[in-house]
Ligand binder design. Sequence first.
Ligand SMILES: Nc1ncnc2c1ncn2[C@@H]1O[C@H](COP(=O)(O)OP(=O)(O)OP(=O)(O)O)[C@@H](O)[C@H]1O
Length: 474
Amino acid sequence: MHHIMIICPEDSPLKEADRWLSRYGFQVNLCYTLEQAKKYYELADFDLLLIDQAILALFTDNMSALEGTPPRLVLDARPSLNSGIDAMAMGAKYYLPLPTDSEHLLKHVIDALENTTPASKAKQTAEPEAIPPLLFARSEKEQEADNLGALDSGIIGNCEPMRELFSDIRKVASTDVTVLIRGESGTGKELVAKALHNLSTRHNNPLISVNCAAIPENLIESELFGHEKGAFTGAVSARDGLIYAADNGTLFLDEIGELPLEAQARLLRVLQEGEIRRVGAIQSTKVNVRLVTATHRDLIDMVRKGYFREDLYYRLYVMELLLPPLRERSDDISMIAKFLLEKACKKHNRVPLDYNKEFDKAIRAHNWPGNVRELENAIERAVILSPPHRIEAANLKLITHLSGSKTQQTTTKTSEQLTPLEGTTLDDYFKHFVLTHQHKMTETQLAQSLGISRKSLWERRQKLGIPKKVTNNK
Ligand SMILES: Nc1ncnc2c1ncn2[C@@H]1O[C@H](COP(=O)(O)OP(=O)(O)OP(=O)(O)O)[C@@H](O)[C@H]1O
C-alpha cells in the first residue's frame, strides 16, 4: 500500500483529498503544518507528499526544512506562473491548481507514484531502524480544544470514533446529565469520566470514583450510602458514604453492572429524589451529585435477565458515550504506544527510548483483548526488561501473556474440585468451578477459593461471560 502525506492549511480544499484518496486504497495522513508532520511522522517513509503552495511558500528561504521529504505534488489555490516556477525549483513533480478535479489529481498521484523511486525504499535500506510514522493529524487549534477536553485527562486518540468521542465529551461535560460510558475493560472509561468532570462546572469539587466490582457485596451499600452507628455488626460509629463525599461534585460508578440489586434500588432513589439515606437511618439528606457510570456489560441484556433494574437503566442511559476497543483504533495504536513508552521510561527513570519499527510491528500485530491497559502493561514490561538504550519487541512478552494468565496459574489446588477435568482448559475449569459453587458461596469466598482477588474474579467472569447468580430484589 502506498503512503501519502497531505500537508495543507485547515481551510484548504486539499484537505478533502484525505478522504477520497483513502477510498482508493491509499494510506493517507493529514497534517496542517510541516512542523507537525515532522514531529509525528517519519516523512521519508511516505511515498508521496501532497502539499499546499501556501505551506510551501513559508519555506522558500529555508529549503533545508524540506530535506528528507518524499516526492511531492504542489497544489495552489492561487496559481501563478511565478509560484509554479518556485514550486518546481523546490523539487515539485507536478504543480496543480486548487480546487482540482479528483480524477485529475488521482491521475497525477498515480503517475508520480509510478515514476519515482519512493524515498521510503531508499530510506528503509539505509536506516532500517527508523521511527515509524505516527498517526496524528490535528491542527494546533484542534489539539488545543482536545487538551481542554479529553487530552487533559491523558486520552490519546485521533481516529474518527475518538474524535467523535472528544467532541461529545466537550458537549456533554458542561451539562449535568447522567452519562453512561460503555466500552470493554481497559479502553479508558475512567479517563473519560475524569475528562467529563474536569470540563464541568463542578471541577473544583470532588470527583469520587468507585469500582462497584471491587467492593465486597456486603459492604457496598454502606460504602456508597454511609451507615448509622449500630446499623450492622461492626458499625461502631456512624459514617458518611462515598455519594455524600461527592456532594457538589461528580460520582463515577465504574462497572455499574456489578452493583447488587439492593444497592441499585437505593441508587435509584438518589437519582429520583436527590437525597440519600444511610443504611439504618430514618432521615434522608439532600445531595447534589452528577452521576457518571461505566460498564463493559450489555446492560439491556442484564435487564432482560433480571440482573439489572430497568427503571435504573433508563435513569442512567440519558447520554451514552462509547469507547471503541483498541483493536478498532488501528490508526491510533502507534501513537498511544509511543505515548505510553515515554510514560514508562519516565516512570522507571530510563533514558527516553526510541520507538523503533520492529517494536511498532509487534504492537500492531497484536489483538489487544485487554485494550490500552494491556498495551500499557506490555510496554512497561518491555521498558523494564530491555537493554539500556533500545526497546525490544521480544520484551513485550506478548505470547507468554496470551498463552495463560497469572490468575489461572496461581489458582489454588486443594480439593478434587480444583482438578481440571481431562480435556478442558483452565478457562473451562474456572467456569465450571464458579458455576457449580456460586449458589453457595459469596463472591469473596469464591475468589478466596480460587486464590485470586475479587476484582480478578470479576474480570474473569466478564472475559468468560459467566453470569452472576441472581439475587432477590427486596
Ligand atoms: N486513549 C488512551 N490514551 C492513553 N492512555 C490510555 C488511553 N486509554 C486508556 N489509557 C490508559 O489505560 C489504562 C486503563 O484505562 P482505564 O482505567 O480508564 O480503563 P477502563 O475502561 O476504565 O478499565 P476498566 O473497565 O477495567 O475499569 C489507564 O492507565 C489509562 O491511563
